[in-house]
Design a protein around this ligand. Sequence first.
Ligand SMILES: NC(=O)c1ccc[n+]([C@@H]2O[C@H](COP(=O)([O-])OP(=O)(O)OC[C@H]3O[C@@H](n4cnc5c(N)ncnc54)[C@H](OP(=O)(O)O)[C@@H]3O)[C@@H](O)[C@H]2O)c1
Length: 299
Amino acid sequence: MTQPIILLAGAAGDLGTRVAKALVSRGAAVRALMRIDASDADKDRLATIGAEIADADVNDIGSVAAACAGASCVVSALNGLRDVVVDRQGVLLDAAVKAGVPRFISSDYSLDFTKTTPGGNRNLDLRREFMIRTNRAPIKVTSIFNGAFMDMLGAEMPIIRRRLRRVLYWGNADQPLDFTTKDNVAAYTAAAALDDATPRILRIAGDTVSARDIARVMSDITGRRYRTLRVGGTGSLGVLIRLVKLVAPQRHAVFPPWQGMQYMRDMFGGRGQLEPLDNERYPDLHWTSVSSQLRERSD
Ligand SMILES: NC(=O)c1ccc[n+]([C@@H]2O[C@H](COP(=O)([O-])OP(=O)(O)OC[C@H]3O[C@@H](n4cnc5c(N)ncnc54)[C@H](OP(=O)(O)O)[C@@H]3O)[C@@H](O)[C@H]2O)c1
C-alpha cells in the first residue's frame, strides 16, 4: 500500500507540531507547509520529526496547490484572526481543491460553535464564517470539536484558585464542561486525517467534568478541601466581558482576556457542549482524564 501524504498547515505551531508527530507515528508521509520566510529552527524541528518541508507563498493559491499535489488530506492547524482563519485558510482550501485533494480538516478544535449564538465569541465567529465557505467548496471537509484544551485548565483558564482552594464557576456548578489534552486532539486529528470516511463533524472529549467535579479532584490530589465559588451568572459574565473589552480592547490579539471570557461563557452556558461523542471511532487512542492531567501538574 502506498504511504498516504498529508499536507499540514500551521505545522510549526503548538498543536501543528503535535499533529505532525502523531501523523508520523501512524505511518503517514507528512508534508509541512511552511512560509518561505519560516525560520530554519522551525524547519529543522519539523524535519527532525520526519516531515518533508514544503516552502510556499502561503497567500498564493498556485504556490500552495503545488505543495498540495498528491496529498490525500490537507490538515489545517492555523491560528489567528480574520487574516489567517478566513483569508489564509481560504487560500489553503482553494489550493486543496485546485490540486484535487479529496479531504480537508479545518482548524476548529473548539467547543461546538454550530450550537452557540453568533456574535458572542469573536474567534468562533471567524470559524463559523469559514465553515460556511467550506460547506460550499467541492471537497470533503471535517471539523473536529474537542471543547477546551485540558492543558489550559488551571493555567490560561484560571478557574482553579490554589491559594484560596476554590474552583470558580459561573451559573451552575454542575454544568458539564468538555476538556481534551492537546496530545489527544493531535492523535485524533492524525487518525481522522488517515480515515477517508469521516463525517462533517467529529466531537471528542478526553473528559467531561463540572466545576464541582474539579473541586473534588483537587481535594483528592492535594488532601485539602476545595470548594466551588460562584462568581455570578453567565449574564453577569457578559457584563464583565463588555467592560474588559472597553478598558483593554486588544482587538489585534488572538487571545485577549475578554476572548478567554467569551469562551468561558460558552462553556458554562452549556450550549457548546459536545454530544454525541465520537471518542470510540479510533479505539487505539487513550484519553487523558482531568484527574490524571491535574495530578501530573501537581507532581
Ligand atoms: N480549544 C481550545 O482550548 C484551544 C486553545 C488554543 C488553540 N486552539 C485551536 O487550536 C488550533 C491551533 O492553535 P495553536 O495554539 O497550535 O496555534 P499557534 O501555535 O498559535 O499557531 C499555529 C500557526 O498559525 C499561524 N499563525 C499563528 N499566528 C499567526 C499570525 N498572527 N499571523 C499569521 N499566521 C499565524 C502560524 O503558521 P506559520 O508558522 O505557517 O506561519 C503558526 O505556526 C487553532 O484552531 C486554535 O484556535 C484551541
